[in-house]
Design a protein around this ligand. Sequence first.
Ligand code: ZN
Length: 373
Amino acid sequence: MPGYGEPIEIRDYQVPDPEPGGMILEIQQAAICGSDLHVWRGDTANEPESAAALGFGHEGFGRVCRLGEGTTTDNAGRPLRIGDRVIHHVLPAPLGRLPNLSSRRVYGEWPYFFSTFADYFYVSANRAVFRVPDELPDDILPSVNCAMGAAINALLRGGVAFGSRIVIFGAGGLGLTATAAAKAMGATTVIVTDRIESRLQLAQQFGADHVVNVGEIMAPEDRVTAIRDLTGGVDIVLELVGLASLLPEGVAMLAPGGTFVEVGLFFTGTSVAFDPSTLLRGNKKIVGSPGYPPDLIPKILDFLIRSHRAIPFDRIISHRFGLEQINEALKSADWNQSRPAVTRAVLIPQHRATQSAESPAGTEEGRGHGRRL
Ligand SMILES: [Zn+2]
């Protein structure tokens, strides 16, 4: 990306040898996350070293195409082979397999392949990976390592429990996942808000008990009244939209003892008027939920095995593009430019189209050149 909002250029680099304990993945699908759009639009321009700015192109999954010396298992201890599908954690983390050799992330410098918007991905030894069980289809996997992890971690941070009443602001990839997971974790009532009707319909397919179109109930105080009339107040509010004005609104929806979980506002510079006494009157709390721990990934995969036949997780991805169409994909996913249709867009590198069942995962092309941003 030469500059914020400018067209992405695709460049060729030599795929490096994986370090001991690491591996090279051939990217299968890479999702465009809301944080990618914030970076692309320049919302992180004031903080170019933030995790969000450095993480441009982080969602997705790949197949193992080369294993580093001594890499024999995933982080759950299951054997790993060339061709296995794996989910990698979005960040290098201390739960990795070996001490860190490379957390470098400078565009155009070794190890080059640290964005999922590429043909290949360099997994350093300190990054957690988990093998994907064979029964899970590709099309439900692109968001596991970001949207799904962040959504489920946010529910846990909010203290989800049997009988919880929950409001979820935003029916994108995180909100849809949180809806299905909350119901699986025993929530009695899940209410999802959004301004796009098709997303709200999808939320109902993911298990939402009620949906609220914020375009139809325009005034925040009316939305608070509607939620309180329906529930008497909720135990958890998840803010997944990234709007500061949702803080006072969400806290007002909480029942005594309830928790507001901030997830969407990961970039600095927004603010809102807020009366802190509202926390004391009702013993409420506000917590932030950044990311998720790596060991949540195998639990999410187990959840998907149990639920993917009943819940249309594949519909979190609404649009598919070739890697070469990345600029078109970013434009179409940008909520400022095209509100209605796109829940989440994925990029699919071209090598997948030429793979056959007999020659999985680029064992030959792994030595060749690959594209990276
Ligand atoms: Zn993300």
